[in-house]
Design a protein around this ligand. Structure first.
Ligand code: IMP
Ligand code: MG
Length: 181
């Protein structure tokens, strides 16, 4: 892949992501079945799309999907407030929501989105995230299902971007220093 020339190191391989997505999908299926719930699965665009695709192959429930686009990022630094770029088409009232995210970093995005969904009357809200970067948290947000923990490093690939690039890489990695210029 042409993007690979810019990668300094691979943190999570494609095989690891595939295997972990299967585990998480099965766990989610079991948990929602136990409570007899049918989730509305909400992917936060755009980074969570590849992970969502992997995950839903292993979610065996009567579920629905929707997509929302919220933004807080320019380059590698959070700009604080969250803007809704695309809202859901589905009403979340009385629905059991499962939010799919690429990474929980400061926690601001999910904190805002979870509060918004509760305010709109969601029956329950859970989070599944491919990656978790706990060292960067400024707001308390816990993922209910977490793929992998990563150190305090900016990562790209498997949906995650740097200025909209590198999303198509089949693994998660760190860019060479000169690429962040
Ligand atoms: P938070 O609101 O700080 O938790 O940021 C969440 C969003 O920031 C994620 O959905 C990503 O889009 C983006 N983000 C945070 N850390 C990284 C990273 O290391 N690489 C790429 N995007 C990131
Ligand atoms: Mg994102």
């Amino acid at each position: 892949m042409w993007e690979e020339k810019d990668i300094k190191k691979v943190l999570v391989t494609k095989e690891q992501i595939i295997a972990r997505s299967e585990e998480l999908g099965k766990q989610i299926t079991e948990d929602y079945r136990k409570e007899n719930k049918s989730p509305l699965i909400i992917a936060l665009l755009r980074g969570s799309v590849p992970f969502m695709g992997e995950l839903i192959r292993h979610i065996d429930l009567d579920c629905q999907f929707d997509f929302m686009d919220v933004t807080s990022y320019q380059g590698t630094e959070s700009v604080g407030d969250i803007r809704i770029v695309k809202d859901l088409d589905t009403s979340v009232k009385d629905m059991d929501l499962l939010i799919v995210e690429d990474i929980i970093d400061t926690g601001k995005t999910l904190d805002t989105v979870v509060k918004l969904f509760k305010h709109r009357g969601a029956a329950s809200v859970k989070i599944v995230t491919l990656l978790n970067k706990p060292s960067r948290r400024t707001v308390e947000v816990k993922g209910d299902y977490i793929g992998f923990e990563v150190e305090n490093e900016f990562v790209v690939g498997f949906g995650l971007d740097f200025n909209q690039r590198y999303r198509c890489l089949p693994y998660v990695g760190v860019l060479k220093d000169e690429c962040y210029q």
